[in-house]
Design a protein around this ligand. Structure first.
Ligand code: XIL
Length: 364
């Protein structure tokens, strides 16, 4: 049998890592994390996974959990009503199993990445079955195979100007009001009783008034869900940091985490990356800034016993959504440098910062 370590031994990724960090005790973030009882995982870019052997080697070498970047969203899984396509998700799951990595599911209900037929149906003839049939099928299909599911994603939106912060422009909210969340969690619990059920949210970590309001809205929403007996078990904090655009404050983040922990929820940093657009032109300077923010952010998170770990939204700059997304990309086409490995799969100072945060974490 080929072990994970053997599988990557001699791999280019491991070699370049060895060169850059000759004094690092372990080159494997997943292993460092596991020693502390923590998760280090990454989202899997479908194109890289399908075509790039070195990318797959890097995943196998570094992560102890995977999540599909797109393949477990509804437009991928149910392109036509009742017709399910599990091909990419199954390939990633098999790969994860082969390399003894855990998997998480992302995401059952979201206002984005929905097939057109579904949006039409939600408008013309909204029926709860549009939520429950899907969740019963999909969470049932993966029953026992995922460590956690993001049941709902991005359900708050300050831009929608509601007092309770709800994203009222979501097709789900328009069809059912807030009740869609309860329906989704109950269906997920019935379909896969032993997976952890998460509410995943963005922009919860900035030092800004609107982000503080969003944190308050999230806590209040969690409180309402719990009071209605909704089986919510965790909060996913996406953690798409914007280094040169939004301020970050350790104390604010720490306090928010404590508030969530006090409600009995587990926390996972689910989509960590650092947008570097608008930063200094010199990549070395940006890398240093990214690394220092990484260390501060993860140190705070890992000091809390109810934080399970961190997933980065991609692992190499070669396949980062930050380089494509309108809001985050460099106007001149430069690649964003917000992930632990560069486009040649060489570890950057961000990798070192992550390794040292995991190494410094209290075991759990
Ligand atoms: C992004 C993917 O990375 C992109 O490839 C895709 O085009 C759009 O979705 N928050 C989420 C993720 O919850 O699902 C998003 O992923 C990034 C923001």
């Amino acid at each position: 049998m080929v072990t994970r370590r053997k599988f990557v031994a001699g791999g280019l990724a491991a070699l370049s890592a060895a060169k850059a960090f000759a004094n690092t005790p372990s080159l494997d973030l997943g292993a460092i994390a596991r020693r502390k009882g923590l998760i280090y995982g990454t989202a899997v870019n479908g194109k890289g996974f399908a075509k790039d052997l070195r990318f797959r080697e890097l995943l196998a070498a570094q992560a102890n959990m995977l999540v599909c970047e797109g393949a477990t969203k509804r437009q991928a899984l149910e392109p036509k009503p009742g017709i399910y396509d599990y091909s990419e998700a199954t390939a990633v799951l098999d790969f994860a199993n082969q390399h003894k990595m855990k998997m998480r599911g992302h995401t059952l209900v979201w206002h984005l990445a929905n097939p057109k037929w579904l949006l039409d149906a939600l408008q013309d003839k909204p029926s709860e079955a549009l939520i429950t049939d899907y969740i019963t099928e999909v969470a049932g299909h993966f029953r026992g195979k995922f460590q956690s599911w993001d049941v709902i994603n991005e359900v708050l939106s300050p831009d929608d100007w509601n007092r309770d912060g709800m994203r009222s422009s979501s097709p789900w909210f328009k069809a059912f009001g807030e009740r869609y969340i309860d329906i989704a969690f109950h269906a997920a619990k019935a379909a896969d009783p032993n997976t952890l059920l998460f509410y995943n949210e963005l922009n919860l970590e900035a030092d800004a008034r609107w982000s503080e309001d969003k944190r308050t809205s999230a806590l209040k929403l969690i409180e309402r869900l719990k009071s209605r007996g909704v089986p919510i078990e965790g909060l996913g904090i996406q953690s798409h940091l914007k280094l040169y655009r939004l301020r970050y404050d350790d104390r604010i983040f720490s306090r928010f985490l404590d508030d969530v922990g006090a409600m009995g929820l587990k926390v996972m940093l689910t989509e960590f990356d650092i947008a570097d657009a608008e930063g200094p032109r010199d990549p070395a300077k940006r890398d240093a800034d990214v690394a220092s923010l990484t260390k501060r952010y993860l140190d705070v998170a890992f000091s809390k016993p109810f934080v399970l770990g961190c997933l980065t939204w991609g692992i190499s700059d070669k396949y980062s959504w930050l380089s494509k997304y309108e809001n985050y990309k460099w106007a001149d086409g430069s690649l964003s440098r917000g992930l632990p490995f560069d486009e040649n799969f060489k570890p950057k100072p961000m990798w070192q910062a992550m390794a040292s945060a995991y190494e410094g974490a209290k075991g759990r």
